[in-house]
Unconditional design. Structure first.
Ligand code: IPE
Ligand code: IPE
Ligand code: MG
Length: 255
């Protein structure tokens, strides 16, 4: 069947369409993190260039945020560009930089009006164009007073790089070996105030972490869906939350 013939809600890989009411009675995760994957394959299936898949991912991102707001999830983190994504062809990297910049320009006011605080986790190194950094700073500044939900965009983000950066700071501060504790490392992560993700959702049928939040995911519940990111909608977020509600978290203990 061609995708055009699919009914609303029938994204390939989606079992059913859920609403917030379907999960609202159970425990709601405090922090949900998403690996927004499958844009290239979504485009390839339509005979389009990979960049069209990234463009189509914007609607998915916004709808996922709407869903999080509906459920009252206070922290969401979205993996937008990894420290390894620089390995992609230069045209795609260039596109992604420009796309993220224009997405912020197009969407920051709307997110701000909804009470979303925007932040960025990742390295601000020389490879990130200045104008992108400028839009990031403007978005942070514009939304810094919002508390309804914090949206962290993981951009030029790597879990290993984050740990390296934390250790570098500890060394720079002259912290003695016996003072290097889990708490000390945590306090030097990019956002020490942020609770660890309760739930991580990865789209596109890949079952891996790809260097996302390595420290913070120690006890997160992982949900994998076949849905490709551009097809992802709040219903898929709710499905992830329902999976989460069926899990039993033990943190190494017994129940
Ligand atoms: C995710 O989609 C977006 C980024 C990594 C920036 P991909 O571009 O990885 O899409 P696939 O995995 O190749 O289908
Ligand atoms: C992870 O997806 C990074 C983002 C979604 C931004 P990738 O597509 O880069 O991951 P791999 O290469 O398949 O592991
Ligand atoms: Mg991918």
């Amino acid at each position: 069947m061609h995708d055009d013939e699919l009914e609303v809600g029938d994204a390939p890989g989606r079992d059913e369409v859920l609403t917030a009411a379907d999960v609202a009675d159970g425990p709601i995760p405090v922090h949900v993190a998403c690996v927004m994957d499958g844009n290239g394959r979504w485009a390839a299936r339509r005979g389009l260039p990979r960049t069209e898949g990234h463009a189509a991912g914007e609607a998915a991102l916004l709808d996922a945020v709407e869903g999080a707001l509906e459920l009252g999830i206070p922290w969401i983190t979205m993996y937008a560009f990894s420290t390894e994504n620089w390995r992609r062809p230069p045209e795609e990297v260039r596109y992604l930089m420009g796309f993220n910049e224009s997405l912020l320009m197009r969407r920051r006011d709307e997110l701000n009006e909804k009470g979303v605080r925007i932040r960025f986790a990742g390295r601000r190194d020389w490879r990130v164009p200045k104008r992108v950094l400028k839009r990031m700073d403007e978005s942070i500044e514009l939304t810094k007073g919002n508390r309804r939900c914090t949206l962290t965009m993981a951009f030029n983000y790597g879990g290993r790089a984050e740990i390296v950066d934390a250790v570098r700071e500890l060394v720079r501060d002259g912290v003695k070996p016996e003072k290097v504790t889990e708490k000390a490392i945590r306090s030097h992560l990019y956002f020490p105030d942020q609770p660890d993700p309760d739930l991580v959702i990865r789209t596109s049928g890949e079952h891996r972490i790809s260097n996302f939040l390595l420290w913070q995911l120690a006890y997160s519940e992982l949900v994998f869906t076949e849905v490709l990111w551009p097809d992802f909608r709040r219903s898929d977020l709710f499905a992830g939350v329902r999976d989460f509600q069926r899990r039993q978290r033990r943190y190494g203990g017994v129940t």
